[in-house]
Design a protein around this ligand. Structure first.
Ligand SMILES: O=P(O)(O)OC[C@H]1O[C@](O)(CO)[C@@H](O)[C@@H]1O
Length: 561
């Protein structure tokens, strides 16, 4: 049989399972009977690896289904594709690029190559420069310029704040990590300026002293409109306070060495990375400099080490023990088997508040594709909509829909066993809530139970009949639970890399390119002429699609002069 034939057969086997009732009479989406039938279910469908525990038992996986999904992974050549990525082959075919974020967190000796290029050597060289720069900032050797009008003999001041100007992958990952790991003992405060909406800058500016602020212009391309606009605003602010000395307050994180020079950033302040690092996978590269500056070099090194540990697991563990692969297979079942179009990420840890936003880019920019690698339309649904908020906040907003709405939303519940505070009571409540949600989603609450509860409470029978349908929980709503021993730089590196490799695995299973993002281009293109119309007075002729709105804007915000 051909490779394509084997793949088709493997998909057919998985899809057939989604249509076939089980021998115990349950539907393939029901989870409750599986627990009833198998007291050992947690052990059979949870995995421990690298200090993490992943529980898949509250999905509808069965031994047969898992076997069929693993056969699909083999038929889709997932291991071979993974190894091709690790060898530095141009697996990002539409951009003819290697995909080597794993090289960013591997030691020099790992010997990653992008074609003939020694990727590991380049990574090591940039990391060394980043580390030296951090040391110089932290020990005050690299310091700000003397403010204009300062008394004679005054010198520049050490930096206390770092502002990262970037958007998408040049913002979300570093912002998420520093939000998760920053404590008042950290060496610098970090701020993130992303949106071209200058309200963001206006809100940040009063928190900063120009004499003590270091600015990182983070942009892979160094052409992104939002970033370059914000960089110019901040440069004006620094120049007003520091004159030509403002240059000492800048560094650039980019692949575009020509434009960083044109912006006026000295070559020794440019920290490069290469086109084999995708924006949404770049927090491990020079793009992570704000992390190292804010949290200290050791924390950044531990973050890389955690990701490296997950890389090795992904590269080496058998598929049925491989956490990223198993998460990907559960997603295939939910998306393609059961037709669930969304997924929620619920970290039960306030420090991970921005993890859902980071994963939205990692997953949706990667997997929001409608053609396969050869350009033909996909035969089945691809990436789901991903959204999320920390628990318990999510419980008091959108969990209603997840419990009782019409379409199940699989949930990723992330728990951290040990807190980094001394309030054990709060932490027990946090954990209890997370565990209760996964249980409630799965087991639901049938009408008989609702009725019995109301009867016991002495509720009037007519009232019981009226309210029961509203108070029933259908259950059988899947969730996975990931348990971390604690949240630190190492475990956070593991978690982010786990999701990166899950995304890779899904790309391989669906046969799509998870590493391009052509879908962001059209909006960028159309912005140009509309901006020109706005600059030209706000009413310049456009097509019927935008002209009315342009006129509406001009009426409400008349062009100056
Ligand atoms: O780092 P850059 O080149 O400024 O791009 C920022 C972001 O914009 C995108 O290209 C999407 O527009 C993302 O993929 C990327 O992370």
């Amino acid at each position: 049989m051909t490779e394509a034939g084997r793949l088709q057969e493997a998909w057919a086997a998985v899809e057939a399972m989604a249509r076939t009732a089980r021998p115990d009479g349950s539907a393939p989406r029901s989870i409750r009977p599986l627990f009833a039938a198998d007291p050992d279910r947690f052990r059979r469908f949870s995995r421990r690896a690298e200090g993490l525990l992943l529980d898949l038992s509250k999905t509808a996986l069965t031994g047969d289904l898992l076997a069929a999904l693993l056969a699909l992974a083999e038929a889709a050549a997932l291991p071979a594709k993974r190894d091709a990525m690790a060898r530095g082959e141009a697996v990002n075919a539409t951009e003819r690029r290697a995909v080597l974020h794993m090289a960013l967190r591997a030691p020099r000796e790992a010997g990653f190559k992008a074609g003939a290029e020694d990727a590991s050597a380049e990574v090591a060289a940039v990391l060394e420069r980043m580390r030296d720069f951090c040391a110089a900032v932290h020990d005050g050797t690299a310091r700000g310029a003397t403010p204009l009008g300062a008394p004679a003999g005054a010198t520049g001041l050490p930096f206390t704040d770092v502002v990262n100007i970037g958007i998408g992958g040049s913002d979300l990952g570093p912002a998420m990590v520093t939000r998760a790991l920053w404590t008042p003992a950290a060496p610098l405060r970090a701020h993130y300026l992303a949106n071209v909406d200058a309200h963001a800058w206006e809100a940040l500016r009063p928190q900063l002293d120009p004499a003590r602020t270091l600015v990182l212009v983070a942009s892979k391309t160094f052409t992104t409109q939002e970033t370059m606009t914000n960089a110019a605003l901040v440069r004006d602010w620094l120049r007003a306070a520091l004159g030509e000395g403002a240059g000492r307050h800048f560094a650039a994180l980019s692949t575009n060495l020509k434009d960083t020079a044109a912006f006026g950033i000295a070559p020794d302040r440019v920290f490069p990375f290469r086109d084999w690092v995708g924006g949404r996978f770049s927090l491990w590269s020079a793009i992570g400099l704000s992390i190292a500056l804010a949290l200290g070099w050791d924390a950044f090194a531990r973050l890389l080490a955690g990701a490296r540990a997950m890389d090795r697991h992904f590269l080496e563990a058998p598929l049925d023990q491989n956490l990223p692969v198993l998460l990907a297979l559960a997603e295939v079942w939910h998306v393609n088997g059961l037709g669930y179009p969304t997924r929620a990420v619920l970290p039960y840890d306030e420090r991970l508040a921005r993890l859902p936003a980071h994963l939205q880019q990692v997953e949706m920019e990667s997997l929001g594709k409608r053609v396969t690698l050869d350009g033909s339309p996909v035969a089945r649904a691809t990436g789901p909509v991903v959204f999320g908020e920390p628990g318990t906040n999510a419980q008091h907003s959108f969990l209603q829909l997840i419990h009782q709405g019409t379409t199940p939303v699989p949930c990723d519940i992330i728990l951290v066993a040990r807190p980094d505070h001394a309030h054990a009571d709060s932490h027990r409540k946090l954990l209890a809530n997370g565990l209760a949600q996964s249980k409630a989603l799965m087991q639901g609450k049938p009408a008989a139970e609702v009725e019995a509860e109301m009867t016991a409470a002495g509720t009037d029978p007519a009232e019981i009949a009226r309210l029961t349908p509203h108070r029933v929980f259908p259950g059988d709503r899947p969730s996975t639970t990931l348990l971390l021993p604690r949240l630190d730089a190492f475990t956070l590196g593991q978690v982010v890399a786990l999701y990166e490799h899950k995304v890779f695995s899904l790309g391989a299973l669906w046969g799509i390119n998870a590493f391009d993002q052509w879908g962001v281009e059209l909006g960028k293109q159309l912005t140009g002429p509309i901006l020109a119309a706005l600059e030209g007075g706000g009413t310049a002729a456009q097509d019927g699609l935008t002209e009315g709105l342009l006129r509406g804007i001009a009426e409400l915000w008349p062009p100056a002069g």
